[in-house]
Design a binder for this molecule. Structure first.
Ligand code: ATP
Ligand code: MG
Length: 431
């Protein structure tokens, strides 16, 4: 046998039955997005590296050390596996002139790639679901997006997530705060870690996003961006809060919340749980009014968020919510391979009626269909509600035996194949 190949470290296979929970989550997301009038967008997994360097900011964790970047062997293009989707969505929106007739509300789902140290809730291929509202500048859309996330938690049955909120103001306010921040950190230069020293003059705001516990106390004493906001920024922030209040959404203001990308301004927020250890942020987002022009578009405001699917699913699992399990309605038992053509036609008819059907299939061509006993064992293991037994004698009379696998008594009846449109429907489980 050849050497075994395994998945790349930090990249996971999602297998049944667990994949059913992914499907259930995705189904709920589609419903909630539609309820809020958000439409699906699908952009490539690979983008030009420059999109992320420009869009996310050169001095960010992602661009500095987490991107899977490579040169296309065939034409030398610099490419990157997307570490997030906002930049790609913005690129697409600009490229296709999508804001021509006004704002767009969009959502996406898909894999993202970051070269991080794999651990619980942190992978190298992970999945995000995101919502973006582009071409809207008012606080009502910030609030709408937060309410949309909240509605999703509610529909999923997710509990114990709290909302943290902050405002990063506008570039001139950031400039003033930046100067105060540099002065503060310079005063405490001896307490800065390596990352912080490097960022002190390139991107001091990033220091506040440090995950180093040793930096915590220093960061807590740092000048707060909130204190540098002018009247307009404050009015925007207060309007968002008023809409959340009107909807009974509880939140805390975290003046040190800065988020991992440079493109944010005004509102930023995170949904956090205490149940997932240090990977407790399940969703984060905010306003990014300057990214569209950064990527070459006509200036237009925008706001959005992204949630981490693995973290949300893990939390749901822990809380016993979203227990999705899929089983077929019918398992077809076929004592004699001769019957297979007729069996397959019958199963297709059932499927057209909306009855899910699994055909018994032996593992090797040479072994025949296997004993009735072994087939019934497989039928039980499949979780199917009914076994359909296509015995030669019954088939000769145009009949099939329907046996219940779920009521414990194994009640069975004989049905006419010619009447399948009538009795077939009774096999369909209510979904
Ligand atoms: P963190 O602080 O945990 O590194 P982040 O600020 O880098 O998160 P974002 O870029 O805002 O995360 O991505 C949005 C969400 O995607 C996060 O809140 C998280 O739920 C999820 N996420 C981010 N990175 C990973 C990863 N490597 N593995 C799994 N989920 C992730
Ligand atoms: Mg990160």
């Amino acid at each position: 046998m050849a050497d075994k190949l395994t998945a790349v470290k930090g990249m996971n296979d999602i297998l049944p039955p667990d994949s059913a929970r992914w499907e259930a989550l995705e189904g709920t997301v589609r419903e909630v997005m539609q309820l809020h009038a958000y439409r699906n967008i699908r952009t490539p997994i690979v983008e030009p590296t420059a999109l992320f360097v420009r869009g996310l900011g050169e001095v960010t964790d992602i661009v500095e050390k987490e991107m899977y970047s490579f040169e296309d062997r065939l034409n030398g293009e610099q490419l990157t596996l997307r570490p997030e989707s906002t930049a790609g969505v913005v690129r697409a929106v600009v490229e296709h002139n999508m804001l021509y007739e006004g704002g767009k509300r969009l959502y996406y789902m898909g894999p993202m790639f970051r070269h991080e140290r794999p651990q619980r809730g942190r992978y190298r291929q992970f999945h995000q679901i995101g919502a973006e509202a582009l071409g809207f500048g008012g606080p009502e859309v910030d609030a709408e997006l937060i309410l949309l996330a909240q509605a999703l938690w509610q529909r999923l049955g997710l509990q114990d997530v709290r909302l943290e909120l902050n405002s990063l103001g506008q570039p001139p306010e950031r400039q003033q705060h930046r100067a105060a921040l540099i002065a503060y950190f310079e005063q405490h230069a001896d307490q800065l870690d390596e990352d912080a020293k490097r960022r002190l003059h390139s991107n001091p705001l990033r220091i506040l996003d440090s995950k180093n516990p040793a930096m915590k106390v220093l960061n807590e004493g740092a000048p707060r961006l909130l204190d540098f906001l002018g009247a307009e920024s404050l009015a925007h922030f207060n309007a968002v809060k008023a809409m959340l209040d009107a909807n009974g959404v509880t939140y805390t203001i975290n003046p040190r919340l800065v988020r991992g990308m440079d493109y944010y301004n005004l509102t930023v927020f995170e949904f956090i749980t205490e149940h997932l250890g240090s990977q407790g942020t399940i969703c984060g987002g905010g306003r990014y009014d300057y990214l569209i022009q950064e990527v070459g578009g006509k200036p237009a405001p925008a706001v959005g968020w992204a949630l981490g699917v693995e973290r949300v699913l893990e939390l749901l699992k822990e809380q016993g919510a979203l227990s999705a399990q899929w089983v077929p309605d019918v398992y077809a038992i076929v004592p004699d391979a001769q019957a297979l053509p007729q069996v397959s036609a019958t199963l297709q008819t059932l499927r057209r009626l909306g009855v899910s059907a699994q055909l018994h299939a032996p593992s090797g061509a040479a072994e025949g269909m296997g004993s009735m006993k072994s087939q019934f064992k497989k039928a039980d293991a499949s979780g199917a509600h009914f076994a359909l037994v296509f015995g030669a004698d019954e088939l000769a009379q145009g009949q099939v035996t329907v046996k219940s696998l779920r009521d414990g008594q194994g009640a069975q009846r004989t049905e006419e194949l010619a009447q399948i449109t009538h009795w077939g429907l009774t096999l369909q489980s209510k979904t």
